[in-house]
Structures are given as C-alpha cells and as structure tokens.
Design a protein around this ligand. Structure first.
Ligand code: PLP
Length: 358
C-alpha cells in the first residue's frame, strides 16, 4: 500500500474556513475593496497568447527589485508568502533539524517545517503576546536551522523590535531567520536589505494584503544573493502564474491606490481600538490590518451576532493563548463605520456596558 512519509502523516490539517463567506469579510485579513482598478484593467487586456505562454518570472523580478531598492538576484518571486515559507523549509531543513517558531502565529510555518521531517519547537509569546526574544534564544541548539517570525504577527498584530530580530539572526548564523513582513504596509518598519550584514536573514513580503492580490498568489522572498540562488533551485521556474506576473508591475505602479487604502486601515484600526477601550473589551494594540480582542465566554455569541448583521469575523480561540479571542480585519472608512455600528449593537445586546462614556 502506498504510504505518505511519516512526517506528512503526522501533519495537522489546515482548513481555513473559506466556505459560506457572504457578507463583509473581516475574517481573512484580505484587502476588503479589491485591487487597484488599473490592475483590473490590465487583467482584462490579457491575451490568449499571453495565457498560452509559460510565464517569465525574471523580467518581473527586476521590476520588483527596483521597487524594493535591492538587486534582482536578492529576491525570488513566489506563489504567495506561503510558497516562500515552503521553499525555505525545503532548502534548509531536513529530518533531525529543529525549527523554532513563536506561538501563536501563522499556521503555515509549522506545517511547512514539520513536512520536511524537522522537529518544530514552539516558543510561547510572553505576557500580552510580547516577543519572547530571550526564551527563543534559550531554545537554540546546534540543530536549529530555521527561525520564523511574523512581524507584525498574525493573529496578534503585535511586533518584535527590529534590533531584537537582528540580534537573534546574528546569534544563530547556522539557521535561516525568516522575518515574514506580510503586513509591512500597515506597520512601516522593515528589515529589508539587512541581510547585507547578516546573511542568514530573509525577509518575505506579500501582495495579498495591502495590494489586494490574494487570489493571484504572489509574494516575494528577499535575502542574500547566494542563499536566494539555493532557494530558487527548489522552486519551479513557473511557480508564479503569467496573469499574476502581468499584473504585478501595474499594481506596484499604482502606489496612490495602496497608500490611500493603507491610510484608511490605519485610521480604522485606531477607531476600532478606541471602541474596544470604550467598552472595556481587552484587545492587543495592532500594527497590522486587523485587531485581536478577547470576548471570553461571549465569543461565539459575538461572532454569531456580527454575522447576523452581515459581518464576518474570525474565531481565533484555537490558537495558543487566544482562548475567547476574535480577530477582526479592518476595511475602508465606510466599512469601518459599518463594523463599529454592528459592534456597538452586538456588545449592547450581549449586555456589555460602556466603561467610557462617548
Ligand atoms: C503572517 C502571514 N504570512 C503569510 C501569509 C500568507 O500570505 P500569501 O497570501 O502571500 O501566501 C499570511 C496570510 O494570512 C500571513 O498572515
């Protein structure tokens, strides 16, 4: 009988709850208004011939490198950051190795690392999900070959100090350190190009969030040119589809679109956090396009009540340390107004009392 490798048999299954998502989708940290209209126009121009050809990644990598201010050989375009994580694990991990991740965090780190047969060691975040730099370092062994940190982190929205991440990378030169900056645009701080002095550092970015291209699947892994060439060996030359490649330069060229969206998210984030404070709801200050909040035993009722008002939010209570927690993605100004209205009605319905008068 055919049998999958033991590491694969033992993998947890990651089933994002994508079904039945009718309503305002504040449950997946996506862009809630869609990509730039210029991208859509480019998409509509795509010819049958373009679709018939195998995609050419390299010219678009030059465009992205120029945009990021790095060299084309310091990056690899990937099928979303998901693939960047997968390729990094395939390149640097094997059975007997150890990968360190801080929990709670994005689920794919554990899956891609464990699939290689490596041992995944989870380091719990500190109080209020603070980045546990000292605990992480205390778990390093000569077998540590990969450390992955989302910055800002998902699902908490919290951040690690750049200096602390660099210190870890410097301390563990035998390991690839991936800083996943999927939510960079909503935060503004980056470790991009720091691999020039700390070569084992990698930085990933996605076009799924601020750019609204999640359905096209495109991300980018950046790092030391020599190491990126190793990771590229594992990748299919056609890992990013031709439609995504055709649209990416247009998406990058329309920075006004991205900026105005990001500004609305940042403002909405402040408003939502103020609203939580007003109702005495515990939340964790976020640097991403979502906020995690704790509703304790009212969590399920809150999710249902929001859904009955046409707003989808995400139950994160299964994540480490997130019992009773719900993650709410921010949308544009109008959507935030809708969110806040539904939230007020829901909290009042659940019998939560305002602690700070308006
Ligand atoms: C931290 C983090 N990294 C990566 C991803 C996936 O990004 P992509 O769509 O580029 O695969 C997500 C998506 O939610 C995320 O939260």
């Amino acid at each position: 009988m055919l049998e999958a490798r033991e590491a694969v048999r033992n993998l947890p299954t990651y089933h994002p709850p994508l079904g039945g998502r009718d309503g305002l989708r504040l449950d997946f940290n996506e862009n809630t208004v869609g990509c730039s209209p210029r991208v859509l126009a480019r998409l509509r121009e795509i010819t049958a011939e373009e679709i018939a050809c195998y995609p050419e990644r390299v010219p678009i990598e030059t465009v992205v490198a120029d945009f990021l201010g790095i060299k084309a050989n310091e990056l690899l375009l990937t099928n979303g950051v998901d693939e960047a994580i997968h390729l990094l694990c395939e390149t640097f991990l094997q059975a007997g190795d150890e990968a360190l991740i801080v929990v709670p965090t994005f689920a794919m780190y554990q899956i891609s690392a464990a699939a290689t047969g490596a041992r995944v060691i989870t380091v719990p975040a500190g109080a209020d999900f603070q980045f546990p730099a000292a605990d992480l370092l205390s778990q390093v062994t000569p077998r540590t070959r990969l450390i992955v940190v989302a910055n800002p982190n998902n699902p908490t929205g919290t951040v690690a100090e750049p200096a602390s991440l660099l210190e870890i990378a410097e301390h563990v030169p035998q390991a690839a350190i991936l800083v996943d900056e999927a939510y960079f645009e909503f935060y503004g701080q980056t470790l991009l190009a720091q691999w020039r002095s700390i070569p084992n550092l990698f930085v990933a970015r996605t076009f799924s969030k601020a750019y609204g291209l999640a359905g096209l699947r495109v991300g980018v892994l950046t790092g030391n040119a020599e190491y990126i060439s190793m990771v590229s060996k594992v990748s299919s030359p056609y890992n990013v589809n031709g439609v995504a490649l055709a649209c990416l330069p247009t998406a990058l060229a329309d920075q006004d679109y991205v900026n105005q969206y990001v500004n609305q998210i940042r403002q909405g984030r402040e408003e939502l956090q103020r609203e939580f404070a007003r109702w005495g709801v515990r939340y964790w200050p976020s640097q991403a396009n979502f906020v995690l909040a704790s509703f304790g035993q009212s969590k399920t009722a809150l999710i249902q009540s929001m859904r009955s008002r046409g707003i989808l939010v995400r139950d994160r209570s299964g994540d480490y340390g997130c019992e009773g927690c719900v993650r709410i993605t921010l949308g544009n100004t109008e959507q935030t107004a809708r969110l806040l209205q539904a939230l007020r009605e829901t909290l009042a319905e659940l019998g939560v009392k305002e602690v700070i008068a308006k």
